[in-house]
Design a protein around this ligand. Sequence first.
Ligand code: SF4
Ligand code: SF4
Length: 179
Amino acid sequence: MHVVLVEWRQLYYYPMSLSLFSKGRVLMADDLVYRCGACTACCKTHEVFEIEKPAGAWCPHCDVGVGCRVYETRPAGCREFQCEWIKSGFGERPDHTHAVLDFITEGAFDQLLMIFEAEEGALCGVYVGAVREQCLCANIPVCYVYLHGVRELFLPNQFVLTDELREQVTQEGIRVCEI
Ligand code: SF4
Ligand code: SF4
C-alpha cells in the first residue's frame, strides 16, 4: 500500500482510549498487556515491503488464526507494527472484528484513525461505525482502507479541510465522504 498522507507503521499511544477501570475494578499492570494470540489480521491487511506482500492478501508465511511460520526471522516491518488494540487496548482484537485500527499522529493530519478491512463487509458493520463515531466526536478524522484498496476519509463536523490538504487527498485518490 502506498500511503503518503500517513505512515502506517508508526507507533502511537492514545491515552483517551485506555480506561483504567473495568467492570468496577482498577486494572492491574498485567491487564494492560495485549497479545496477538490467534489474531493474524494484519498479516492480511497490511503490505510488507520486504517480502513484497501486497495489502489485502494473506501473507504466504501466515498460518491463518495461528501465527507466523517464520516468526523468528519475520521482516522488520512485521516486528515493528502494532495495531491500536495491541498498543493501547483501543477497540477489540482485530480477528474478532475483522478490522485493524491504527492511530496515526504524523503526516498531513495531526491525528488520524486508520481502519483496515480484514474481511469484506467489516467496514460497514456496527463495530466500525461506533468506532468511527467515537473518533469523529473527539474531532479525529477517520480513514477506511478497504481490502480492494479504496480509501475513504471521514471528517469531523468542525474539521476544516484546507485547499492544500484537499489537493493532497485528491492526489492520493482518497474519497472524502459526507456522513
Ligand atoms: S492486528 Fe494487532 S492483534 Fe492482530 S496480529 Fe496484528 S498486531 Fe497482533
Ligand atoms: S512474515 Fe509473518 S508476521 Fe509478517 S506478514 Fe507474513 S505471516 Fe505475518
